[in-house]
Ligand binder design. Structure first.
Ligand code: GH3
Ligand code: MG
Length: 459
């Protein structure tokens, strides 16, 4: 994940320190040493996130935050307030000014990267939602309604996994104003049971006695139904806790809390995650809704070539402007003609339909899957570097080859697919360039024996 982070602090060494840390994790860093300068940069550069010091002479951090949030051009940019150690009043003022999150000084690396990454993910989602709606508007669709920013307990559900009844009760009470809480004391099948309900957030304690919380997190990430659910872990402030935390974050856990859990912090973090879930759900809904419209392909229900081309244009422009990566995979079913010849054209259509379903299920909400031609498909992956795209492409390949396709009459047919992968580089300027590169990589995959992923060489 790459992102542009604006660091605001009047003390230059503080700026430099954060800059060094963030740069080492491949973030692009902008900096400002006063509130006014910060506002100017936010307007001009539209960073992905702002790290804002509270104590600054002239305009303080709260005022800067309020101004960012008042302006419709910038109010979607997440703000993290950086406060002095444990000042509750600062946290309250920060949240009231509209900040999404807070960090306390001295800032440790784990919390810095966890918070920044979590909010950047949320922003990527929101940006993509807006892009897609704009493309939709260009093609004459209506905009869907805005995602509500406030949550009511009746339509927000949180699963809380903790064997400490006392803590669970307290946490449950704190969250009761925004959500309906289901409490589980752990056990073998927590993750399995979570599949049955579309939770908005799962909170898992990593210090349970009988149940390994990390195991639950890893299972949640592996099931199709729960792969996208936000997870917040509660870890103890000790050496074992920090080791668990590192592993949890590697697993894709979204955020964490260290006891004693405070109401404000808990609700702020829960809200951020639930909002992320809402946007991701909305992307999926949007995806399904648009499937019924003229931009979709009748046989497979995926976006058609026309929509893909016009949306790819938008995505490529955005990626260039923000200096972000973008990857594109072109897929072509192997030896499909003999399948048609042997089983008939209707059977071929059935397979195309199921093929598309498997692809759609295995890409992320921000990815765009389209039918490009007869048995040729395209998956566009915004904000995705080549190595991640390769993993996704490989997963798609296996989704097709690992399970035979079953026709309505019960016949099983083994299908494989070849994939060509291309990422934007300096040499690629147009959507046609990108598609051409993916296409020649696909040709290579066919040539090398099919059922494989080939990455286009950088020119
Ligand atoms: P390769 O591994 O080289 O891609 O072999 P292939 O047989 O898949 O490639 P070829 O281009 O020779 O044939 C593509 C076939 O896909 C031909 C056509 O019958 C079939 N096809 C294309 N569109 C449709 C469709 O909408 N429905 C059905 N049933 N078949 C289709
Ligand atoms: Mg083919």
């Amino acid at each position: 994940m790459t992102a542009r982070v604006l660091v605001v602090d009047d003390v230059l060494p503080n700026v430099k320190l954060l800059e060094a840390k963030l740069t080492s994790e491949y973030f692009d860093v902008l900096s400002a040493t006063s509130g006014l300068e910060a506002l100017e940069i936010v307007q001009r550069e539209q960073p992905d996130i702002v790290l804002l010091d509270v104590m600054m002479p002239g305009m303080n951090g709260f005022e800067v935050c309020r101004k960012i949030k008042e302006d419709p051009v910038t109010n979607h940019i997440p703000v993290i307030m950086v406060t002095a150690l444990d000042q509750m009043s600062d946290k309250i003022a920060g949240l009231e000014a509209g900040a999404e999150d807070f960090l306390t000084k001295p800032i440790d690396d784990i919390s810095l990267f966890a918070r920044v990454k979590s909010l950047v993910r949320l922003k990527v989602m929101m940006d993509e939602l807006k892009n897609r709606e704009n493309t939709g508007a260009m093609l004459g669709w209506n905009k869907s309604e805005d995602v509500p920013e406030t949550f009511v307990p009746s339509n927000t559900s949180i699963l809380l996994v903790d064997d400490n009844e006392k803590v669970a009760k307290r946490v449950g009470q704190m969250l009761s104003e925004i959500a309906t809480i289901t409490h589980s004391t752990g056990g073998e099948n927590v993750a399995e049971r979570a599949r049955e309900k579309n939770y908005d957030l799962v909170i898992v304690s990593l210090s349970m006695r009988e149940t390994d919380g990390l195991w639950i997190c890893s299972k949640l990430r592996s099931f199709e139904e729960t792969r996208h659910v936000p997870i917040l872990v509660v870890v103890d402030d000790c050496e074992r806790g920090s080791k668990q935390l590192v592993r949890a974050l590697e697993m894709g856990v979204n955020d964490y809390l260290i006891p004693p859990v405070e109401r404000l912090e808990l609700t702020a973090r829960a809200r951020t995650q639930v909002r992320r879930k809402r946007y991701s759900d909305r992307l999926w809904e949007n995806f399904h809704l648009s499937m019924q419209l003229a931009t979709t392909d009748a046989v497979t229900g995926l976006y058609n070539r026309h929509y893909m081309n016009s949306h790819l244009e938008t995505l490529l422009r955005h990626a260039r402007q923000a200096s972000k990566p973008l990857s594109l995979a072109m897929l072509d079913i192997d030896h499909f003609k003999p399948v048609n010849d042997t089983y008939g054209h209707a059977a071929g259509d059935e397979i195309l339909h199921e093929f598309a379903k498997r692809i759609a299920r295995n890409v992320r909400g921000v990815d765009l899957a389209a039918r490009y031609g007869g048995e040729e498909f395209v998956v566009v992956m915004p904000d995705t570097v080549e190595s991640d795209a390769e993993m996704i492409a490989e997963r798609l390949r296996q989704t097709i080859s690992n399970t035979p396709f079953t026709l309505a009459d019960g016949t099983n047919i083994n299908i494989t697919v070849s994939l060509g992968l291309a990422c934007i580089t300096d040499g690629i300027l147009t959507t046609a360039d990108l598609l051409e590169r993916a296409d020649s990589a696909l040709y290579q995959a066919k040539h090398d024996g099919r059922n494989r992923v080939v990455i286009a060489n950088a020119a």
